[in-house]
Design a protein around this ligand. Structure first.
Ligand code: SAM
Length: 361
């Protein structure tokens, strides 16, 4: 830099007292938009397809996962490119993300990124975990810059819980994890419960009590046909109306406003304002019209919908020496192919070739 350049920089950093404040520099916002006009702001990244649980509705009890992972540096590079294209929320998932070494440093790097909106902000950084390792990791994750956490918990009865996870002793570990996350400042923790008729539909009211006692947000999710085993039938799904009616007979439900326009959960509290319940009904009340999501599988493929029949090999672009601009162009082209909606329950519906543990929930 020349002396005159240095001088003028100093003048800008320290303007004379009489100068009026400079207007804030505003950049044009970058947006990823699909052909139906939906803006994609929410990226879910599976950072491993390994899992330490074998939940009956997700994993088969016999076959292993594929174990296909990228390096943390590759995930970081890819996420940076997505963020430059308008992604505002990043959720790390799996498999089980807490199994992945290097998770805390990755989060610390992601916490430094800013959105590409006209008014840049830190990313909204979330993790979905089974909570098995959370008691030890909650505080380091919070310190690294995690914004919020969702813990999957399909029963508050230990015996039912372990019948679902197929891991003895798992209930106490997960409960300790939820409480550690609350203490670490990650509250209110969201607790996701996938309801399956014949397994845990009797847990609806106990979960309402759990939300009120522990100060967590409990979200009931309809079971989707994404499992490794062929368990899904329409009869196994416990629909939204049934959940709402059971909760109402416990205590009158009071609807809460949505937190954001694309929010998937219908939110409720009870008549005394204690506890929060969400009901996510992708099967009986699909919300594809407001979908703002895109997914990256653990092996670096883009999935434009949970129910896509195609993978888009973004990692292939990187592995062939592609630049960040090449990655961005590939992402933009792929988003244009995003499906209008899923077709669960319709005649001719075909389950996707990859299950939730590979795609990342
Ligand atoms: N291992 C982590 C966990 O347990 O949260 C993250 C991955 S898991 C695949 C993400 C979420 O997907 C969990 O909340 C799980 O309950 C949910 N899930 C898995 N299979 C599902 C299905 N077939 N239908 C609905 N939700 C499902």
């Amino acid at each position: 830099m020349s002396w005159s350049g240095l001088h003028s920089s100093a003048a800008v950093l320290n303007p004379p007292a009489h100068a009026s404040p400079l207007p804030a520099v505003r950049r044009p916002a970058v947006r990823l938009t699909d052909k139906f006009g939906r803006t994609i702001t929410d990226l879910r990244v599976s950072i491993t397809d390994r899992c330490n649980y074998k939940c009956v509705y997700c994993r088969t009890g016999t076959e292993g996962a594929q174990f296909a992972e990228l390096s943390m540096a590759d995930y970081l590079r890819i996420i940076r490119v997505f963020v430059s294209l308008g992604i505002e929320k990043v959720r790390l998932t799996g498999g089980e993300p807490l199994l992945r070494k290097g998770l805390v440093p990755l989060l610390a790097e992601l916490a430094q990124l800013r959105t590409s909106a006209a008014d840049p902000k830190p990313l909204d950084l979330a993790i979905t975990t089974n909570g098995h390792l959370l008691a030890e990791m909650a505080a380091p994750l919070a310190r690294a810059g995690l914004s919020r956490i969702t813990v999957s918990m399909d029963a508050v009865d230990a015996a039912i819980f372990e019948r679902i996870t197929r891991v003895p002793g798992s209930f106490d570990k997960v409960l300790a994890g939820v409480r550690a996350a609350q203490r670490a400042g990650l509250g209110p923790v969201k607790v996701n419960c996938v309801l399956l008729r014949g397994f845990n539909e009797d847990q609806i009211v106990p979960f309402a009590r759990f939300s009120r006692d522990e100060g967590v947000i409990v979200r009931f999710i309809e079971f989707m046909p994404l499992e490794e085993d062929r368990l899904w039938t329409p009869e196994v799904v416990v629909p939204l109306e049934e959940v709402a009616s059971k909760l109402n007979s416990f205590r009158p439900l009071v609807p809460l406003p949505a937190n954001s326009p694309g929010e998937t959960a219908r939110r409720y509290s009870f008549d005394d304002g204690i506890g929060e319940i969400g009901i996510i009904a992708p099967v009986s009340q699909a919300f594809c019209g407001a979908c703002s999501r895109i997914r990256l599988t653990s092996d670096g493929k883009i999935r434009t919908c949970l129910f896509s029949h195609f993978d888009h090999d973004l990692y292939g672009v990187l592995a062939r020496g592609g630049s960040d601009d090449d990655l961005a162009a590939f992402i933009q082209k792929t988003v244009e192919t995003k499906e209008a909606r899923h077709h669960i329950g319709e005649p001719g519906f075909l389950k996707p070739s990859r299950s939730m543990v590979h795609i990342g929930g």
